[in-house]
Design a protein around this ligand. Structure first.
Ligand SMILES: Nc1ncnc2c1ncn2[C@@H]1O[C@H](COP(=O)(O)OP(=O)(O)OP(=O)(O)O)[C@@H](O)[C@H]1O
Ligand SMILES: [Mg+2]
Length: 337
């Protein structure tokens, strides 16, 4: 009975946190246990209810008072930009204090932009994010869109940069017209590719022209207060004067020990054991990015689910972290060969 009560408590808390997938997973876990005990009818009923719960949840997502979906980009824009409405929030992220402070300031300015305009001031609208892979740059753009309830437009830079003279600039023109007319978060991921040699031969002059037309477009008035987010792994490749063209330059890094603990605990959710043996677990996380740690925690949770366990213990975490590290090393070897 105590176990049933524990399960009910865990289920209700995950429902209250709005974590649909976790709730569904819990019901399916109980269904599996029932099936193993030979109670097939109850197992079947639970599976059906889990399915209904999932369907009801996705309908609710559609009905939420979120932004009204706008028409997808059409014509030539459709191949340059993709659109989505992310549900991500900054609270789901583990961020350095300074990064979080800057992002919250941008959100506040965006939310209260009418007040700023009354005093002739503009909200921050141009962000440059730099940092190693998996540190949360793309997720930040999604979370900003989620917080502001705006669509996230991801610009496909490989499609924007053309080998034909002048075509890149006309692509950029189309995108910046959209930025002016349709308020949203516009993500230029791998922004360094814009000014670098990409399908345009080794024409340094052309690369410079592309970057400078981009910067010019960015200076234009943007009466919709769209947010332009540029992300790069290689801030050092960018012109040193570049960060000054943005309202905020935000540097991301690998998580320190405190951030790693927070990330692991947050991501484990109700699969978190009562006690994590941090002294044993932490050494296996050093040098791993947020993204890699999250993936390892996910692996540990999946193992726990398949082993019919209600928590992922420190040993499961270490095993998953070691596996991640070795696949990372394999990738490095492939990259070198
Ligand atoms: N700061 C963070 N807090 C919580 N989760 C994170 C964070 N950073 C990354 N993650 C997790 O890692 C995944 C990958 O991160 P993301 O794609 O945002 O990294 P990135 O910095 O854009 O990497 P890249 O340079 O390779 O594009 C995210 O979807 C999320 O699950
Ligand atoms: Mg990214």
């Amino acid at each position: 009975m105590a176990i049933a009560a524990q399960k009910l408590v865990a289920f209700l808390s995950s429902q209250l946190q709005g974590n649909l997938e976790q709730s569904v997973a819990m019901v399916l876990q109980v269904a599996a246990a029932e099936a193993r005990s030979g109670r097939d009818k109850t197992a079947e009923d639970l599976r059906r209810l889990a399915q209904q719960l999932r369907e009801a949840g996705s309908c609710q997502d559609d009905l939420d008072d979120g932004p009204i979906p706008i028409a997808r980009p059409k014509g030539p824009l459709a191949s340059l930009v993709s659109v989505e409405y992310p549900a991500a929030r900054l609270s789901q992220m583990v961020l350095a204090i300074e990064v979080s402070r800057k992002l919250k300031r941008v959100i506040r300015q965006q939310v209260e932009r009418a007040k700023l305009r009354e005093f002739g001031k503009l909200p921050s609208r141009k962000l440059l994010l730099s940092g190693p892979p998996g540190s949360g740059k793309t997720m930040t753009a999604a979370a900003m869109a989620g917080e502001l309830r705006l669509p996230l437009f991801s610009v496909r830079l490989d499609a924007v940069v053309s080998r034909y003279m002048g075509e890149t600039a006309s692509h950029l023109r189309l995108i910046f017209d959209q930025i002016r007319h349709t308020r949203g978060v516009y993500l230029f991921d791998e922004f360094d590719a814009l000014g670098a040699d990409r399908g345009i031969g080794n024409d340094v002059a052309e690369a410079r022209r592309i970057l400078s037309s981009f910067l010019q477009f960015m200076e234009e008035t943007n009466s919709t207060d769209s947010l332009v987010v540029c992300a790069t792994n290689f801030a050092n490749l960018l012109d040193t004067a570049l960060p000054r063209r943005f309202d905020e330059f935000i540097a991301y890094g690998l998580p320190d020990e405190a951030a790693t603990k927070k990330l692991v605990s947050k991501h484990l959710g109700h699969f978190r054991p009562k006690k994590i043996e941090w002294l044993k677990v932490l050494p296996h996380t050093s040098g791993l990015s947020h993204g890699e740690i999250v993936q390892a925690v996910d692996d540990a949770i999946k193992d726990a689910i398949l082993d019919d366990k209600t928590t992922a213990c420190s040993r499961d975490l270490i095993k998953a972290l070691m596996a991640r590290r070795s696949s990372q090393q394999d990738l490095e070897v492939v990259g070198r060969s």
